[in-house]
Ligand binder design. Structure first.
Ligand SMILES: NC(=O)c1ccc[n+]([C@@H]2O[C@H](COP(=O)([O-])OP(=O)(O)OC[C@H]3O[C@@H](n4cnc5c(N)ncnc54)[C@H](O)[C@@H]3O)[C@@H](O)[C@H]2O)c1
Length: 263
């Protein structure tokens, strides 16, 4: 028996990085998975990897920031698998680093549309089904950038702070229904999004310094976020609700310091 046996799960951003690792882990733990990404080839590849492992999966090419597409994804899960128990609203974009005077309302709007309004649309449309069945786990990917400055661009950080607020407000909106809503705040994880950081560090010969700001003194791997998502998706987390949980090697536990602490 897997930790998600019998559950039906939607994972967005499943074509790469954290979403791919989570979709695979959910399926390995017995969930039937709807893998969603706007890049069709990438999400099909994830689905093929899951099938190779003997898992149950269907892939959907869709924009996680589009309300009609989000609703369509939920309808697809219900049609294919008979319901939906878990949603991991993980798709996101960084928006790169743009100087303040060059940031436009359109630049802000696109980042907020995908990173914040997308998860809201998912919560809006999946919650009636979950409330009806008296149970459900919704997980969103926020970021340490939503906790404090200097981990992303301005709109990215604001979008992730918004995700943290979103899980708090919606968890409370679902008072007494059995539906849980939580967020994960990853630190620096090696994925498609952070490839330029890792490629740049490798080119400069400074890869050993990546992750040095957290007390584990290393970056994280997608599977380390996927394991937190698995916990939150499962009944092991039955009393965890409305939380934004940092999975960051301890980065957000510390004030800035120079040099290494002595043990
Ligand atoms: N990598 C990190 O260090 C890090 C840290 C904190 C938070 N995060 C967050 O983790 C989440 C996953 O990112 P990742 O690091 O795995 O990056 P990634 O680029 O490897 O994966 C993101 C996936 O989301 C997909 N995507 C983007 N916009 C989409 C949309 N509108 N509709 C559907 N799919 C879309 C992309 O095609 C890609 O496959 C994001 O929300 C990101 O902000 C990442």
């Amino acid at each position: 028996m897997g930790r998600l046996s019998g559950k039906r799960a939607i994972v967005t951003g499943a074509g790469s990085g954290i979403g791919r690792a989570s979709a695979i882990l959910f399926a390995q733990e017995g969930a039937k998975v709807v893998a969603v990404d706007r890049v069709e080839d990438a999400v099909d590849e994830t689905a093929a990897m899951i099938r190779e492992l003997g898992g149950a999966v269907t892939s959907v090419a869709a924009d996680a920031g589009d309300e009609i597409a989000v609703k369509g994804t939920i309808d697809h899960c219900i049609k294919q698998f008979g319901g939906v128990d878990v949603v991991y609203a993980n798709a996101g974009i960084s928006g790169g680093w743009v100087p303040m005077q060059d940031q436009t309302p359109d630049y802000w709007a696109e980042i907020l549309r995908i990173n914040l309004i997308g998860p809201f649309m998912m919560i809006k449309h999946v919650s009636p089904h979950m409330i009806k069945q008296g149970a459900g786990s919704i997980i969103c990917t926020a970021s340490v950038a939503g906790l404090r400055a200097n981990a992303g661009g301005f709109p990215y950080s604001a979008s992730k702070a918004g995700v943290i607020s979103l899980v708090q407000t919606t968890a409370n909106a679902f008072y007494g229904t059995g539906v849980r809503v939580n967020a994960i705040c990853p630190g620096l994880i090696e994925t498609g999004m952070t490839k330029p950081i890792f490629d740049g560090a490798r080119a400069k010969g400074s890869i050993g310094k990546v992750g040095q700001l957290n007390p584990l003194n290393r970056n994280g791997e997608p599977s380390e976020i996927a394991h937190m998502a698995l916990f939150l998706a499962s009944d092991d987390a039955s009393y965890v609700n409305g939380q934004a949980i940092a999975v960051d090697g301890g980065l957000s536990s510390t004030h800035p310091f120079t040099g290494k602490q002595r043990s």
